[in-house]
Design a protein around this ligand. Sequence first.
Ligand code: PEP
Ligand code: MN
Length: 297
Amino acid sequence: MTPRMNPRWNGQFSCFDLVAKTEEHRHSIVPVGDFQIGGGEFVVMAGPCAVESEAQLLQTAETVAAAGARILRGGAYKPRSSPYAFQGLGVEGLKLLRKASVATGLAIITEVMSEEDVDLIAEYADVMQVGTRSMENYALLEALGGCGRPVLLKRGMTATLEELLRSAHVVAMAGNPHIILCERGIRTFETATRNTLDIAAVPVLKTVSHLPVIVDPSHAAGVRSLVPVLSRAATVVGADGLLVEVHPAPEQAMSDGNQSLTFGEFRRMMADLQPYIELQQESRQLRPQLLVAGGAD
Ligand code: PEP
Ligand code: MN
């Protein structure tokens, strides 16, 4: 019998078999270097929105590594709301990411915006980030099928969960099963936050799909003061990790300074999250009996 994506979930998600949770395939574990995403460890990816300079990146890498992050984030190719805004350092930025990785042992995640850049970025990145604006760039998604690196697929800011899973299915169909989903907030009528963090997306996705799910509280909030509390929410709803923006001097950042944590704030957040992460890990052991909040499994 062909496995079907949770047919009981409001009749949705019924046609993306490659990413569907089934009895036989409940959880995907995505290998990144010497660790895994989706295997029980809560994996924090942190760093600046954009790679700006060697000093900025190395200081940030050392700080986030010491605080427990596993992956350094930093855009070298930036999709910006304005064509006049900083567009990223390009290859120079990729080289700085590699340098920071060698110095700290952190893996690297960085955004790829075009299928033409896939091969180059795959030489430097451990995880290929697909941004919210690219979720439906099918030429890019297909090119990522053969890149040999895991893909972090961000939810489009106006995309439904069904549409997110459709894009994940495209990557899987193109040959790459190593996909991590990322909830980063969606556009709603609310303007108090930059986007609205759809926290329910985490348990829904984890109920219908075997893919790991992480949360980006920075782009959801748009302001740094909300990032720690949204991160805490992500741990308790069962996310597999976080993608967080951190900058040595957020007020001078070339992009997304308002939502970037200072080093001190990041350290404090990581320490404060620890008991919630442990609680979540303990309840994961009991999950077989508790599973299916939502009555869907
Ligand atoms: C980013 O991670 O810096 C970014 C541009 O994110 P998003 O695609 O979610 O806006
Ligand atoms: Mn950003």
